[in-house]
Design a binder for this molecule. Sequence first.
Ligand code: BGC
Length: 514
Amino acid sequence: MAGGFVSQTPGVRNYNYKLTPKVFVTCFIGAFGGLIFGYDLGISGGVTSMEPFLEEFFPYVYKKMKSAHENEYCRFDSQLLTLFTSSLYVAALISSLFASTITRVFGRKWSMFLGGFTFFIGSAFNGFAQNIAMLLIGRILLGFGVGFANQSVPVYLSEMAPPNLRGAFNNGFQVAIIFGIVVATIINYFTAQMKGNIGWRISLGLACVPAVMIMIGALILPDTPNSLIERGYTEEAKKMLQSIRGTDEVDEEFQDLIDASEESKQVKHPWRNILLPRYRPQLIMTCFIPFFQQLTGINVITFYAPVLFQTLGFGSKASLLSAMVTGIIELLCTFVSVFTVDRFGRRILFLQGGIQMLISQIAIGIMIGVKFGVAGTGNIGKTDANLIVALICIYVAGFAWSWGPLGWLVPSEISPLEIRSAAQAINVAVNMFFTFLVAQLFLTMLCHMKFGLFFFFAFFVVIMTIFIYMMLPETKNVPIEEMNRVWKAHWFWGRFIPDEAVNMGAAEMQQKSV
Ligand code: BGC
């Protein structure tokens, strides 16, 4: 156990805490929630490029893929095939809205449990699928699971973590997502070599493993002090806070949680309240951050890397291998964020990552344009193909320490308790909606916009980088219940925050009442 820490951010209160094994283990298990999302993200791209799978369920795409005359950009274009990938995200969108009520009323852990449970059933439907209907029902159930987990896990981690390390702990979610993706691509690499239908069945069916992990994890996890207070268990909340902070001297933080809870009790309708002007910064951020995260174009790589690499002329085995390499790079680079986010802050990572993604996307667009032209015919040499893979890795690295983890961290840490569950549900719903759109439209967009697609995403990266520069205040080290001070101090958002909304701690409250 490390020694005691006191957070040192000017203008915000400092709490006492130690980095306890308990908070570490709890957040580690909590982060498992990201595994189911990641496994799914990683598995679908590989499965949809397996020939036996395509032959069984999508014979039309299979025939087209085999046709030698097909335009390279359009080889895999099929709405039904993309529906297989994207149906999950519509389900996740819907379930995240229900999840917000369960997370608030029953606690964060039960949303996680439900997430694991529905994901488990979905994996069985998919592993044993006999027809398209079973496949789609399975996908929808998996989607429900993802919605529940993504709504509750980031909030859970942000609430458990000590303020000074909230970024690092919360990034555990993204690490788990990417770990899930990497494991899935490795599994795909091996199952793709199996004859007949067994390969894709194993790939899809093994989704039950992360599902069981999150179910067991959720059963043994304690709930957060914030959630215990919110549900009236004040004594238990204080004990929990003492045990995760490793000290009995938690009065100041505890009082802030109580104050935040009192304030939130005045709010009967989180969904209506989030529309009030005083929550404008949170509303805008929880809509725009996930929107922009998806408009980085990352999921073009996540879902379709194998397909994209095949389009570039790689064999199917080489394509899966390249997808594995980009996944491993993404995993390693996410740790850069884990170790720097609380030291250097969110803004610098967002800005640096954005510029890196921009440069690599433009370079990829130019290279593909030069090689395939508008007609989409031609061949790409080995050196050029490798160069494109290297550029994709640079792009993925940029995302991995910026928009990937921060797209989940920032929305989960900026909202006061009274709107937190609703805000996180909006975050997940917007994220899922645009994940759906990108998944559904990518192959068609590639077919029509050709290499211009990379410029399309680059354009959005420019906009989002300017947006962060102008609109996002730094939130590193700020206790989660103290966030209003940060908004109040911002050149633009300050006007929306009433003076009394800047949360007062016990000492100030007493002073004021004397
Ligand atoms: C995003 C996903 C993405 C994943 C891996 C997550 O933060 O929300 O859409 O697939 O990172 O890159």
